[in-house]
Design a protein around this ligand. Structure first.
Ligand code: A3P
Length: 340
């Protein structure tokens, strides 16, 4: 147990680790299982666990917390613009990664992988510094950042500072149905070389159901936040609702952050958030990572289809059947229900 961190961190068993390292080629050392839920995280989390858990929150921090591929990026942009009085000028000039740091980003940027990218980018001094910053702890950056801070994480609530909600931070949690989240994460894990997934989707889905994809297990991640949905400092939303009713979502977020918006402002922001505009917005579509060579060619884009229900074409009838059972089992002890 690391000092100042209450949970056990252990290595995944050697055989599973060998398989995972073969399929997730961005990680080089091995995966960890953390705490009683056995959260699966990359090896660098061992160094970061206590730092994040003991991170000094400030009452005016705004966090976006999600299981990966649940609409994090669009929620970050929406939250940032609402909180910053619709400052589109800064939003277009400063990359979202900088405006809204990803607190555990360093753990998916393995030091060996970053060293390889530095060699690939040997001719570019600017790229060297950016790559170093991707491998370094964002906790230090955030400690030095001016308030109000905007913080993204995929870590579940139980691995975050225990005073997060009681200190007054505003937390927006977005959940997405597990099939679409898994399909979307699969394509993203193929796309991003720091994840470097090389297997097919059926194998990925098998890992996902077994909690062997980074930031899994899926269910406790969602349920921990669902159980806090009545906390006045946590706004729980479903991706499916967000895309169905963007103006309604904007109003909800504005009310949560104590901001007033006119109808015209709401509609302008809804248009800004439209996936077609989002896809072409270099400030949110991971253009920075593309320039560094972290994005693979010939894979689906980071901002992909942006529609609920796309999973159906990826699942065989057998996968769907076992998935239905898995969902039923996991929903039996909770009143959480997805709007699909
Ligand atoms: P798909 O891969 O299903 O298209 P995250 O930001 O958490 O990584 O989530 C990514 C998912 O949100 C992707 O889903 C992506 O296409 C979708 N997305 C991103 N921007 C969106 C937007 N403006 N509207 C709707 N969906 C969006």
């Amino acid at each position: 147990m690391a000092t100042g961190f209450p949970y056990e961190i252990r290595d995944v068993d050697p055989e599973t680790n060998r398989q995972l390292l073969r399929d997730f080629t961005g990680e080089r050392t091995g995966f960890l299982k953390v705490g009683p839920q056995e959260w699966l995280l990359a090896s660098k989390y061992r160094r970061l666990a206590a730092e994040v858990y003991n991170f000094k929150v400030r009452p005016d921090d705004v966090w976006v917390v999600t299981f990966p591929r649940s609409g994090t990026t669009m929620t970050q942009e929406l939250v940032w613009l609402v909180a910053n009085d619709l400052d589109y000028k800064t939003a277009s000039k400063v990359d979202l990664l900088q405006r809204f740091p990803f607190i555990e980003f360093s753990i998916v940027n393995h030091d060996d992988f970053i060293a390889e990218l530095k060699a690939e980018n040997a001719g570019s001094p600017g790229a060297q510094a950016t790559l170093d910053s991707l491998a370094a702890s964002q906790v230090d950056v955030l400690d030095q950042a001016a308030s109000p801070r905007f913080i993204k994480t995929h870590l579940p609530l139980s691995l975050l500072p225990p005073d997060l909600l009681s200190a007054g931070c505003k937390v927006v949690y977005v959940a997405r149905n597990p099939m679409d989240a898994a399909v979307s994460f699969y394509y993203q894990n193929r796309l991003l070389r720091n994840m470097g997934y090389v297997g097919d989707f059926p194998k990925y889905w098998d890992y996902f159901q077994k909690g062997l994809v980074p930031w899994c297990p899926y269910w406790p991640h969602i349920i921990e936040a669902w159980n806090q949905r009545n906390n006045p400092n946590l706004l729980f939303m479903f991706y499916e609702h967000v895309v169905k009713d963007m103006p309604g979502t904007i109003r909800k977020v504005a009310m949560f952050l104590g901001k007033q918006m006119t109808d015209a402002q709401v509609h302008k922001l809804a248009d800004h958030m439209h996936i077609d505009n989002f896809r072409n917005n270099p400030s949110v579509n991971m253009d920075v990572l593309d320039k560094l060579g972290i994005i693979s060619k010939n894979e689906q884009s980071f901002i992909r289809k942006g529609k609920p229900g796309g999973w159906a074409s990826e699942f065989t009838p057998e996968m769907k059947e076992s998935c239905d059972k898995w969902i039923e089992e996991n929903l039996s002890n909770t009143d959480l229900r997805f709007p699909w």
